[in-house]
Ligand binder design. Structure first.
Ligand code: PMP
Length: 374
């Protein structure tokens, strides 16, 4: 007899998410902000920490933060849903619009949680792979959506891990092509500085996702939010966990958001370092760099897995290996760190690839020299 009753049969096909907890001196694998919260904010929080009511349940809708987000985006609180990171909100979307007998459209290679959450909720997935340059196959997507059976479309803009943006005019066509919910995931919007927000009033099927994990240095607390039509948000309220965003995270996120001008400098620094990384990487022989509007850069290089290993073991720089992801063969992604971290990454890459080239050259000339001696 089994030790315990089997879980749902569909879970047989799934493996737990591997967050790859690898240690290194320089962490450039998870698209985090390299800078911790500004000291002024930490000080402000610590002054009031002793009065914090740890004993009370959180406000279920994070109303203070919700009001702030609504106001900043020219919306009503009813248009905002705060979640335990963007990840929870993606899951909520699949709980409400996915499920058995329903279909999500995915545009891989893209953020992996869309497909993972589709699998755990029993949602069918239609995948339309991106083209060679990672742009969306627009005609194929519009044609497929016009068939009318797609319930939910997931689009990361900028896309993770490829970094590029999608044409705004295509997104507008897509929103008008059916009544499917279209999630435009703007997790990196503070770096691209482009949003679909101004199309919300004309397209009630448009939902935007944002997060405090990237530009606002709060990956450790887990706070994200959706902007959408009040009726869409209302459906999501039915499936969400009422207390998923803890009181401490709500408080810190609201404080951070009130002080968001303080992040402008670090965001500009990240954008500048991103462009520097892209430029310098493109100079390294054999490296192909993909344009990025986010806080990371994807690049393709021969023997990418070996480079990933050497960067970790020789230079203690952790980047993300995508070489086993379909469409991303030989691709690695580096998060933009501080200027020092970015230089350390670039020097490491130059050294590993330079070393490889000279080893190959040595092997070639060494052979010739040997023959010469004979
Ligand atoms: N969307 C995209 C495109 C992302 O890259 C991420 C984080 N890697 C998220 C959503 C979720 O972010 P979080 O759960 O930290 O808010």
């Amino acid at each position: 007899m089994n030790r315990f009753r089997s879980a749902r049969e569909e879970l047989d096909q799934l493996v737990p998410y591997d967050a790859k907890d690898v240690r290194a001196e320089v962490l450039l694998a998870s698209n985090e902000n390299p800078m911790n919260l500004p000291q002024e904010i930490v000080k402000k929080l610590s002054e009031r920490l002793s009065q914090f009511q740890f004993n009370r349940y959180p406000d279920p809708t994070a109303s203070a933060l919700r009001r702030l987000l609504a106001e900043a985006n020219g919306l009503e609180p009813e248009n905002v849903l705060v979640g335990n990171g963007g990840d929870e909100l993606i899951f909520d979307l699949l709980l409400a619009w996915g499920g058995p007998g329903r279909t999500m459209l995915d545009l891989p290679p893209t953020f992996g949680m869309y497909a993972i959450d589709a699998a755990t909720t029993g949602t069918s997935v239609v995948s339309i792979p991106r083209l060679e340059d990672f742009s969306v196959n627009q005609d194929a997507v519009l044609q497929r959506v016009r068939q009318g059976d797609i319930d939910l479309v997931m689009i990361a803009n900028p896309n993770n891990p490829t970094g590029g943006l999608i044409d705004e005019s295509f997104l507008i066509d897509l929103l008008g092509a059916s009544d499917a919910i279209v999630l435009v995931d703007e997790a990196y919007f503070e770096f691209s500085r482009l949003t679909m927000r101004h199309h919300m009033s004309r397209h009630p099927n448009l939902v935007l996702l944002r997060t405090f994990s990237k530009a606002f240095s709060l990956a450790g607390l887990r706070v994200g939010y959706l902007l959408g039509d009040a009726d869409v948000i209302c459906e999501l309220m039915k499936v969400r966990q009422p207390y998923s965003v803890d009181a401490f995270s709500q408080w810190v996120a609201a404080t951070v958001y009130r002080e968001r001008v303080m992040f402008e400098q670090v965001i500009s620094d990240i954008i500048r370092n991103r462009d520097m990384i892209s430029r310098e990487l493109a100079q390294v022989p054999g490296v192909e760099v993909f344009p990025s509007e986010a806080n990371f850069v994807l690049f393709r290089v021969e023997h990418a897995s070996a480079l990933w290993r050497d960067m970790l073991h020789t230079h203690s720089v952790l980047i993300r290996d995508f070489t086993r992801t379909p469409g991303l063969e030989n691709c690695l992604r580096v998060t933009v760190g501080t200027a020092e971290e970015s230089v350390r990454f670039l020097e490491g890459v130059a050294e590993v690839i330079g070393g490889r080239r000279s080893a190959a050259e040595l092997a070639g000339t060494g052979g010739a020299r040997g023959r010469g001696v004979e």
